[in-house]
Ligand binder design. Sequence first.
Ligand code: ADP
Ligand code: MG
Length: 413
Amino acid sequence: MKFEDYRIAEGIKRSISKLGFKKPTDIQYKAIPPILKGEDVLAIAQTGTGKTAAFAIPILHVLQERKISKRPDGVKCLVMAPTHELALQIHEMFKTLGKHCKVNSFCIYGGVEQDPQIAQLNKGVDILVATPGRMFDLVNQGVLNLQRVEILVLDEADHMLDLGFIKDIKDLMRHLSKKRQTLFFSATINEKIKKIAYSLVDNAIRIQISPKDPVAKNIEHAVAHIEMDHKRFFLEYLIKDHYEKKILVFVRTKVRAERVKRAMTRVNLEAETIHSNKLQREREEIMQNFRSNKLKVLITTDVSARGIDIPNVEYVINYDLPESSEQYVHRVGRTGRGRTKGQAISFCSSEEMDLLQKIEENLNKPISKIEISKNDYTSTIELTEEKTSNDWQALMLDAENPKKRKRKKHKKK
Ligand code: ADP
Ligand code: MG
């Protein structure tokens, strides 16, 4: 089936074709019809399979059809997402797909001034994409009314229904009309969270796709045994060996993100970090540079693993193993988006073998191993620029023959 054959507004079809989408992906094929019919949906589909458009297309169509008066009378669709970056990305998809629609979309998140957001809300917003913090602020101040919400979407639903957010989401339900349609989208979900999702809706939920292997086929993922103290040398090697490639590196904490960045800077490799301690403006600028290929290496914590769709990330490196298999799936899922192929490599130290085992158990299969010979392992550690520039012999060489040394420093592999 092609998008042309769908019974949706011509304007939306035009935007779909402008995006270069010809055929719906599996999840789009399965989720669009029930959403158009007004059913509640719980959709589980692998990372990078087009879940955003799977809800954005039918929502735009339905709201466009229902929009009788032009008078603004409140938010009709509320989409919740865990991070600023993801909220903005979803909003962009609504904007692009809805270019020829009368329905408008707006995005709110914290860390920036609220007055311009309030002003826009007063002008009238049909589709609101929001992160929970700022949204509740505005609801509590009485400047955001959600009573007319007809469609609620939780993107990254399992995360939104988990510990940190569940109370907020339950509170939110009290502000919404009972007659609403509820849509849950995610790449991962466990039984406990599934039960919570069911408890939040009256109607039967249609589960669309439940992949046996949660990691998409176009992602090759492997693990290499590398000790903690040696990880930075292997990252250095990998970046130099793939000089023009776009690489996303995941670490466990913000402090470690900064530390790994410093280690790369010491060996003359450009890298940036993104995490919740950074200002919103900085985060946006770094993301923009990474999107546009100006920045090749981005080091991050799990906060950005959810939902972010950056074109052409060729490598995901799990510099530290994640704590859970869900996190693993979301991290490696930043590569191999849509029809592109991707590579993910995890650096697993002896201390992390338990984590690896837990992840493999939950994935129901082992992750393939990269065998590094003793020779290769030792030479990777010894050939680092960090060591050569620190050792006194190299410094002597510098003094004797600065030109030669300089050339070596700038050599690209
Ligand atoms: P998910 O939410 O499932 O992880 P996204 O919605 O972020 O995935 O989409 C992943 C990528 O696939 C995006 O770059 C998007 O533009 C692209 N995409 C979505 N639908 C289609 C389609 N029908 N044909 C081709 N590419 C698509
Ligand atoms: Mg998504």
